[in-house]
Design a protein around this ligand. Structure first.
Ligand SMILES: [Mn+2]
Length: 348
């Protein structure tokens, strides 16, 4: 038996199959320490499996990457929305787990961080945002170093630094000092590890551009999570125009369903406008009880506007500026709400 190794893996980003292949290629044994520089999730196909592998494995360490930090802090863009859907019911618990991950790891032979070290600052005093490469941390470093300059050009510490975050085609190596190992597995590059004590670099190629596929695969589902019922008509039309160009079949079907829903809502607005006038006429027919009945009515304000002859279409539309508000007005008139369409079924 050889001596146990420390295997530091670059940004995995949900590329579980590549991770398994890399471990197979390295013939990883239980006594080896498996270390992730962070960014376990986002962009790739199987974030749950990657997280599970590290959580279940004895002898493993995961550092905080900027992508874990986004989930922990609720900073969401498209990649995080997809991950939330991929992780489903387990999402909240996994984010809780992420919140407790360290920002650096000191080994006898190396320092490991996700993104960067600020030159001239002791390890224990480094800022979390710099270590993990959040947007704030990156701009702080740029201010300090000047645009286009890298922290690792300056690094001259006694122990080599292993990091990811910065995507490179080939590992970025200054022997004995710098090992940048994010070779872009999620973009169709490779998943790379540096193996200590020898600092040997081992890679497996990515199967495909996972991020390109994930964006298309999850488009319709992410759109389904948008707050359609609370958008103004202008916002809704703007979104429909924007997403109408997407050609992925499920997305296209979903946008078509939204468009039909939008059409039904327009017709429903006219129907509600006419119905509230009929209601006003019905109540106004009895002069003696008119005001009392209107006062107790859920649409009292609209009815009194109608009594005064001030409820034209423009005034009515002001009360129905979103699908949800239209539903609130429609309900007492016997017009049930029109729900946004559900996500189209995934084939296969
Ligand atoms: Mn990354």
């Amino acid at each position: 038996m050889g001596i146990p190794r420390q295997i530091v893996v670059g940004d995995i980003h949900g590329c579980h199959r590549e991770l398994v292949e890399l471990c197979d290629k390295l013939a990883v044994i239980d006594d080896d320490m498996l270390i992730s520089v962070g960014d376990l999730v986002d962009r790739g196909p199987e974030p749950a499996e990657v997280v599970q592998l590290f959580r279940e494995r004895r002898n493993s360490v995961v550092l905080t990457g900027n992508h874990e930090r986004k989930h922990v802090r609720g900073v969401f863009s498209y990649a995080q929305e997809i991950t939330k859907l991929q992780l489903g019911a387990a999402y909240a618990e996994i984010v809780q787990w992420m919140a407790a991950l360290p920002y650096y790891l000191e080994l006898p032979d190396a320092i490991i961080v996700h993104a960067a070290l600020e030159p001239g600052v002791p390890l224990a005093a480094q800022k979390q945002e710099v270590l993990c490469g959040s947007t704030a941390g990156e701009s702080e470093l740029e201010t300090k170093l000047g645009a286009g300059r890298w922290w690792h050009e300056h690094y001259d510490g006694a122990r080599p630094v292993i990091f990811g975050h910065h995507v490179v085609e080939q590992p970025l190596v200054r022997p004995g000092k710098i090992y940048g190992i994010d070779t872009g597995a999620c973009f169709g590059g490779a998943l790379t590890a540096v193996v200590l004590p020898g600092f040997d670099l081992v890679s497996v190629p990515a199967r495909e551009d996972h991020w390109a596929r994930a964006k298309r695969t999850w488009q319709a589902d992410v759109l389904t999570t948008r707050p359609w019922a609370d958008m103004s008509w202008a916002e809704l039309d703007e979104q429909l125009a924007r997403f109408g160009k997407l050609d992925e079949p499920r997305t296209h079907a979903y946008v078509e369903a939204l468009r039909a829903w939008r059409g039904a809502l327009a017709a429903r607005t006219t129907a509600a406008f006419e119905a509230v006038h009929r209601e006003a006429q019905r109540i106004a027919a009895d002069e003696a009880t008119r005001n009392d009945v209107a006062k107790r009515h859920p649409l009292a304000a609209l009815l009194f506007q109608a009594f005064r002859g001030r409820l034209d279409r423009a005034a009515f539309d002001k009360q129905c500026q979103t699908p949800r508000k239209l539903a609130t007005v429609g309900a007492p008139l016997g017009l049930p709400p029109l729900e946004p369409p559900a996500a189209p079924v995934r084939a296969g």
